[in-house]
Design a protein around this ligand. Structure first.
Ligand code: B1M
Length: 205
């Protein structure tokens, strides 16, 4: 059984080899991937963020924690994504303009891929032209991620850009709320990656 506290500490301290070893052992042991994420890895990112708020951690610490998180995610990703499935639809996902946070966006992308959608990952710092590229490649839904209160307002521009053009826009990220979604007229909001799957299933059924 995985020691979630050890996994959490390894992510916080940025020990990516330790993270990879613990996650690999859990996977080899057939443990629940969602538990590894929800009890070990995601709380670690929350904790490092809180330390950052209290000036007990700085950007370099955030960066090495993020790198450690990615090393664990890359082991989990192939398990979540099933092959040989029939596509349920196409989604273009990106972190909005001015924002470089991609861990949550990557997690959402992995989960929706795993649920049977084709995903076009547009990366970070996406302007309107970048979201247009996703739609040009056939995306029916544009999913926007934002982690900063300063970049969140760009979601309003994305919604306005696609209004009346048949492309739906869904939004998420730590500062984003259902109230904000309603305010800017986005087609949907979800708090987390599993919620994004449910939202798409409802929207594209
Ligand atoms: Co930054 N950062 N950061 N950071 N960072 C936050 C977001 C912050 C809350 C930390 C804090 O102050 N406590 C704060 C924002 C404050 C605010 O705006 N109110 C902050 C800041 C201030 C900054 C800088 C400005 C710091 C600086 O330079 N002075 C800077 C900005 C850079 C930029 O983007 N232009 C910055 C930089 C960075 C790093 C580059 C060092 C690094 C990111 C590395 C990377 O992503 N590759 C980083 C990190 C790691 C964080 C924290 C610690 C962790 C984020 C994370 O990965 N969480 C974060 C603190 C925190 O979140 N508590 C923080 C784990 C991830 C799984 O969760 O991303 O929330 P999350 O995604 C969730 C949901 O939100 C949702 O599902 C995901 C999975 O459940 N979701 C969606 C996300 N996108 C979705 C899209 C959807 C649906 C759901 O579409 C439908």
């Amino acid at each position: 059984m995985t020691d979630f506290e050890a996994l959490k500490n390894a992510v916080i301290k940025g020990k990516r080899n330790d993270v990879a070893a613990i996650v690999q052992a859990a996977v080899d042991n057939n443990e629940d991937v969602n538990e590894i994420l929800d009890k070990g890895m995601i709380p670690a990112m929350r904790e490092i963020g809180d330390r950052f708020s209290r000036n007990e951690a700085y950007v370099p610490e955030l960066l090495i924690a993020a790198r450690a998180m990615q090393s664990g995610l890359s082991i989990i990703e192939p398990l979540i994504i099933k092959s040989g499935r029939k596509s349920k639809g196409k989604v273009a996902i990106g972190t909005v303009k001015g924002d470089l946070h991609d861990i949550g966006k990557n997690l959402v992308a992995i989960m929706i891929k795993g649920a049977g959608y084709d995903v076009i990952d547009l990366g970070v710092n996406c302007d309107l032209a970048k979201f247009d590229e996703g739609v040009a490649q056939g995306a029916q839904v544009v999913a926007c991620s934002s982690l900063l209160t300063t970049t969140m307002p760009f979601m309003r521009d994305v919604v306005a850009h696609f209004k009346g053009r048949g492309t739906r826009v869904i939004i998420g990220g730590a500062p984003v709320t259902q109230a904000y979604c309603d305010e800017i007229g986005a087609d949907g909001y979800s708090e987390d990656a599993n919620g994004a799957v449910k939202l798409l299933d409802k929207m594209l059924k």
